[in-house]
Write a protein that binds this ligand. Structure first.
Ligand SMILES: [Zn+2]
Length: 366
């Protein structure tokens, strides 16, 4: 039976200074035995004092451990015995520590609280984790039985993070609506495992609307490390709406090409996930612009937005100026493989179509 399925974190909290109230949020989840906290080096150095105060004042047991390696099942197994006696797991930091804590929560059968320290991508709220080998080579994409139980975003922390991270998150969020729209046309099942819901479509649309209208103002606020309404709205779009939109709206070409580019290990482009996704969104729009219902004007408009906000719009800005025709064809072929979103487009695409679309975007926005 075809059903609509909606996945999301059970609770989402966002505001300036939210990190000072973590213990209250923990207690509101009905927990009291204590919390196992996994932090990355940056988070441990900058926020462990704030976190400790919150739990010490309330006399709630806690243990902070620092993760200094890629997210791997080996790391999860090593931390697992240390979670004994605690009734919740918390991740503080970036994508690696968040994914590790999600997997740890699954293995320990404990609820997970996520505290992202940047808005560089939409992984904090999602029910998936990307697993690597201990050496850092991509291994697998693991679908978890549920999304995080609680996500707490301190917007003051994000305002103080480098603006490039916020902009990368805008790049990740930029693709959400276009990928969901493609999936709606092709009838592809979403990562939540059902048909696209009206909620998934609406959130994806709101996500795009928010970043297009307030992205530039949010970046300006981040540059002066100040929390404004625009910044609050864009953080919600990057972290919550984009995740809700892709999990319940579907992933298509843009993320698939991003995955394809990542398989070219001979090139270390130094660009971030969201920066690559933004460029790949332009490529998706270029593919669509060739269709009867496509629009060249839309491609121009989104490309203009990327330039204005500082997202890469050509291969050189992306760090792929040395990509060979062969490598580009490999990346294109990868995104058409079974299980990749290139297959989720509402029309047939070929490696040659993709290569020409990449060149079109590269030329248009160089
Ligand atoms: Zn993404």
């Amino acid at each position: 039976m075809m059903q609509r399925v909606i996945n999301a974190p059970a609770r989402y909290v966002q505001g300036a200074g939210a990190i000072l109230e973590l213990e209250q949020h923990y207690r509101e989840m009905g927990k009291s035995k204590g919390i196992f906290i996994l932090a990355d080096r940056f988070a441990a150095q900058n926020f462990s004092a704030d976190i400790a105060v919150s739990f010490e004042v309330a006399n709630t047991p806690y243990r902070i451990q620092i993760l200094l390696e890629p997210c791997s099942m080996a790391a999860v197994r090593r931390f697992l015995p240390q979670t004994q006696g605690f009734d919740m797991i918390m991740a503080v930091g970036g994508g690696t520590v968040i994914d590790t804590a999600k997997l740890l929560g699954k293995e320990a059968d404990l609820p997970v609280m996520v505290v992202p320290t940047s808005a560089a991508m939409d992984g904090a709220c999602s029910g998936v984790a990307v697993c690597y080998t201990e050496e850092g080579a991509y291994e697998s994409y693991i679908k978890l039985p549920k999304n995080p139980d609680l996500v707490v975003v301190d917007t003051r922390i994000i305002a103080k993070a480098p603006p490039r991270l916020l902009v990368a998150g805008i790049g990740d969020a930029l693709s959400t609506y276009f990928e969901a729209a493609a999936c709606a046309k092709s009838g592809t099942l979403t990562p939540s495992g059902g048909l696209q819901s009206r909620a998934g479509a609406a959130m994806a649309h709101l996500c795009l609307d928010t970043i297009l209208h307030q992205g530039v103002a949010a970046k300006a606020a981040c540059e002066i490390k100040t929390v404004t309404d625009a910044l609050e709205n864009v953080i919600e779009a990057n972290v919550y709406l984009s995740c809700f939109g892709f999990e319940n709206g579907g992933l298509a070409f843009a993320h698939a090409l991003q995955n394809g580019l990542n398989t070219i290990t001979a090139i270390d482009s130094k660009s971030m996930h969201g920066e690559k996704v933004a460029f790949c969104t332009l490529v998706q729009l270029a593919l669509e612009a060739n269709r009867a219902d496509g629009s060249l004007e839309l491609l121009q408009q989104v490309g203009k937005f990327c330039k204005e906000i500082g997202l890469p719009t050509n291969l050189e800005e992306l760090g792929y100026e040395d990509i060979t025709d062969e490598q580009l064809k490999e990346a294109a072929a990868f995104c058409l493989q079974e299980g990749q979103g290139g297959k989720n487009m509402p029309f047939e695409i070929t490696v040659q179509n993709i290569v020409s679309a990449v060149c079109t975007v590269d030329l248009m926005f160089s």
